[in-house]
Design a protein around this ligand. Sequence first.
Ligand code: KG4
Ligand code: ZN
Length: 399
Amino acid sequence: MTRILAIETSCDETAIAIAEFSGPATHPAVRVRSHIVLSQVQLHAPFGGVVPNLARREHEKNLVPILMQALREAKIMNQEISKNKHPESLASCFLTLDTILAREPELNGQLKKNIAHLPAPDIDAIAVTYGPGLAPALWTGINFAKALAALWKKPVIPTNHMAGHLYSALLEPDPKKGGAFFMPRLSFPALALLVSGGHTELILMRAHGKFRILGQTLDDAAGEAFDKTARILGLPYPGGPEIARLAADGRHGAYPLPRPMLNTKDYHFSFSGLKTAALYLVRDIGKLTLQKKKDIAASFQAAALEVLVKKTIRAAKEYRAKTVLLGGGVAANDALRSFLRVALKKESPQFSVRFPVSSLCGDNALMIAAAAYFCGTKKALDKVRADANARLDAHHRYG
Ligand code: KG4
Ligand code: ZN
């Protein structure tokens, strides 16, 4: 059994999970001992998007309370709580913390007060998101992970955020045991459509950890296009769920909107032209009634989803994918799920398709634990660094 404590702070969710992987390495059972996500979305909403330094400050404030809750829930503290650290060893721990957390004084203070004196919990490794994401937010999580690793003498597994979204599709709830998941054996080659607020990528996978980016967005990410179009319609942030809600009652053929790059031979995407077309449409319509808003939302969503689904199907056929995975915040979109499922089935029954449960579409740390389990590598603490533009294929390029 491998027990991983995972930390995710790449954007505006502060998340910690403690998960146990057991059974066959290729298709383990997962017991979730703790899974906490604290969203800052309300805090950023008035700004219409995530403010990096505000996100960083919130992570700094909330990581220790969330860790304490996670450790309590997981019940994995070694029994010898009475064996608190000797004052001398505590002083040397404090010195280490001062070095690692020189830029996070509040986090340092909270760790010293609440965690430093405790014995190490019973875990095998600490997984932490190193990128892609907002650099200040990523660094907070990374320095926190390093501080815990130094205190507890545990290895750190730096983990790619998009790998997390990809593996979230493989976390299948166990109907017999609440809070438990299966991870089915993945048939390769697999193709993943990852659609989030910051990224839109089509990934080919020939083995765990062997990723090739077939295509990505050349400008706005899919989620970003949903958010910007929502803003144009006067809807609150984050706009993806708002557009989806309105679109459900709208006519998707009401307004002809472009399908950028639908017919290009590559697997890249572009959504900024679609958003601009929505902007001009709203300007030309003038006064927006609720029905018009619904029709625009439906027309926009149909255009965005058509490009995503058609390109995914073409790639699945070209690379003879056995499994198609969907991941990222936009994977919560029901219309995308049914469109993709129906289109894949129509194309060929050989494709098996996997979606994350809706509670795991957004950023969370359980997906980071899963990605770390399947393709993470332990790294020396001084080599663990944030990489705001980390690519999934950075370590495993292949032709
Ligand atoms: O993966 P995520 O939680 O954060 C990033 O890593 O970016 O994705 C957030 C994005 C936001 O743009 C949000 O509007 C979008 O996912 N989103 C949706 C839906 N739910 C969230 N987009 C379309 N339909 C939805 N139901
Ligand atoms: Zn994400």
